[in-house]
Write a protein that binds this ligand. Structure first.
Ligand SMILES: O=C(O)CCC(=O)C(=O)O
Length: 361
């Protein structure tokens, strides 16, 4: 484990760079992950003992490092019609997640119609599914994984072929002004889209679980990484697959993942579902979480599908350094982290401008 020695880094100021002696990386102090103590945004100082190097993968980290996991949804919840940007972004910074009730209440119906049309298309293309390392894909870009034995077919939908390039309603929803105001309060004035939108679709009566995980296992970033804004398109609860989060887990650095049925996930014995906070919600409710915030969702046991859409936003100077969907690919990708060409990763700007500096990648 690569820990930054507090005797060296206490009272480091925001605009200085701190080099970790193990991995030799230079880190902005405010990006070091706290294991204890507080980073004070007002003084720009780190005020306590040990800080974790963000580029190291940590093994044997369990939910017990995360005392904030035992919270109520109300502690991380705000309402879109009564949004106070400063306090909402402070809640997000503290817990690594935020529930915004009603943010897409007006658009949820149109988005659901497009999701269901995309699901019909995917099912109509089922016979042409081709095998890929993650499962199978149909020509519309839907990702399928093995179905439970109770299904009539051997494959189930996991990621639907609903993206910015296939649905105007979906693309348009990425520009939701209240969402972007909130993302701006968290990330700053310049914001780009990361990837082209995602729709996770749990089919009825046994649709897949997504094991607890950090998105950083799939796309680790150079800096703080994207904010995900996941929106329920139907009323969602424990029965049909509510998102679970572990508030405060974003402070634990990159945790080692294992291969699971639904790709990379945390070891269930270290990260039991019981320690995660389920977030029931109405169609149009949105949950924001960071790349290191532990989250996931159980099976859909209801008689109807459970789709969610996800927009991801990041600072334009940020980029992926490690990308993988299983442990073997991750191990290989970690060896090539310094070879990544950030200039090939530019997303569409949704706020502000892309800034170029001489010598910057
Ligand atoms: O479908 C869900 O509820 C979970 C989605 C998720 O965890 C992810 O995309 O990272």
């Amino acid at each position: 484990m690569c820990l930054v020695d507090a005797s060296v880094c206490t009272n480091v100021h925001l605009n200085e760079r701190y080099g970790c002696d193990k991995c030799m990386a230079a880190h902005e102090p405010h990006l070091l992950t706290q294991l204890a103590g507080e980073y004070s945004a007002s003084t720009g100082e780190i005020e306590d003992s040990q800080y974790h190097c963000p580029t190291t993968i940590r093994a044997h980290v369990t939910w017990e490092r995360c005392p904030m996991s035992i919270l109520h949804v109300e502690d991380i919840e705000v309402h879109a019609d009564d949004l106070h940007l400063a306090s909402a972004s402070a809640t997000y910074a503290e817990y690594g997640c935020l529930v915004v009730r009603g943010l897409f209440a007006e658009q949820a119906g149109a988005l659901l119609a497009d999701a269901e049309a995309a699901a019909d298309t995917a099912r109509s293309l089922f016979e042409s599914a081709k095998q890929v390392p993650e499962g199978w894909t149909t020509p519309d870009g839907t990702l399928w994984i093995p179905a439970p034995s109770s299904f009539a077919r051997d494959k189930q939908i996991m990621v639907l072929g609903l993206r910015y390039t296939t649905s105007a309603a979906f693309f348009h929803s990425a520009f939701n002004p209240r969402l972007l105001d909130l993302v701006e309060a968290i990330l700053g004035a310049d914001i780009e889209l990361f990837l082209d939108g995602q729709c996770l679709y749990k089919e009825p009566v046994g649709g897949h679980p997504k094991h607890l995980h950090q998105d950083a296992a799939y796309f680790e970033h150079k800096f703080e990484g994207p904010i995900a804004a996941l929106t329920y398109l139907v009323d969602t609860d424990i029965v049909n697959g509510a998102l679970h989060v572990i508030p405060g887990s974003h402070r634990l650095g990159n945790i080692a993942h294992i291969n699971t049925f639904s790709h990379l996930g945390l070891d269930g014995s270290d990260w039991p579902w019981e320690r995660a906070l389920p977030i029931p919600g109405r169609a149009g409710d949105t949950i924001l979480f960071g790349v290191k915030t532990v989250h996931g969702s159980k099976e859909n046991h209801s008689a109807s599908p459970r789709p969610v859409i996800i927009h991801r936003y990041r600072r334009p100077n940020d980029h992926v350094v490690v990308s993988a969907t299983n442990v073997a690919k991750r191990t290989e990708a970690e060896k090539r982290r310094s070879e990544v060409d950030a200039s090939k990763q530019q997303g569409l700007m949704v706020r502000g401008r892309r800034r170029f500096e001489a010598g910057a990648p």
